[in-house]
Design a protein around this ligand. Structure first.
Ligand code: NI
Length: 227
């Protein structure tokens, strides 16, 4: 499932992130990348522990906490601490790849399976050319380029790339989620059930049927979730 999550960050938070990133100590994005990724990766990243990365990471995690759609779609068990990257100039693309399936948490707290990938766009789309995140799914390739502060969720199993940025810079925050529900198909069913129940309740209020269907939702989640 590929999902657009609008307004993960407020306009004020976006501005604060852009200001911090304008003077941040960017480094080679290939550091820490796997062998296949290294051959196609050509961008910049911020060191995990630098002050700018820590401030923006907390901001994004707060934004995710406020966002009930993120919870419903990703059903997060563990969230990898969000990282920051930049594309532009001579380091302006990331060719086709699949993200590593298992990652070590930077704080040594164990491993995370990358079920869901997320990118939060931090640059205004009018400030750069190119830089689309192209994700291959069962319906073909989707090119995603969102407003600053908006995010896209997509399955960790997808082949994807960032097209060359030919003007300006593209700033983004990215991370992975290990979901309580490993299967993308099962997550999608739960998300659709949850969203439609929400819509029914908003339209008609609670009823015996919405209560029973909420029970179905939770019983499916109980069957499929690994907490
Ligand atoms: Ni990737």
């Amino acid at each position: 499932m590929l999902l657009h999550l609008p307004h993960i960050l407020t306009p004020e938070e976006v501005l604060q992130a852009q200001t911090l990133l304008a003077t941040a100590p960017w480094g080679d994005g290939r550091v820490g990348a796997g062998e296949q990724a290294k051959q196609v990766k050509n961008n910049e990243q911020l060191d995990h522990d630098c002050a700018e990365a820590q401030t923006i990471r907390q901001m994004v995690l707060r934004g995710l906490d406020r966002n009930t759609t993120f919870f419903s779609a990703a059903l997060p068990k563990k969230v990898f601490p969000p990282r920051l990257n930049r594309y532009g100039g001579d380091t302006n693309f990331y060719g086709n790849h699949i993200d590593g399936s298992v990652r070590y948490m930077p704080d040594g707290s164990g491993r995370l399976r990358t079920d869901v990938s997320c990118t939060v766009f931090l640059s205004n789309p009018e400030d750069y050319d190119g830089g689309e995140l192209c994700i291959a799914d069962t319906f073909g390739e989707q090119a995603v380029k969102l407003q600053a502060g908006h995010a896209v969720l997509y399955p960790g199993t997808s082949l994807h790339q960032v097209k060359p940025v030919t003007r300006g810079h593209r700033l983004a925050c990215f991370f992975w989620v290990e979901s309580m529900v490993r299967s993308d198909g099962q997550r999608r069913l739960l998300y659709e059930l949850d969203m439609n129940l929400l819509g029914l309740r908003q339209r008609h209020g609670d009823s015996a049927q919405t209560t029973a269907m909420t029970g179905v939702y939770h019983n499916l989640l109980r069957m499929w979730a690994d907490t």
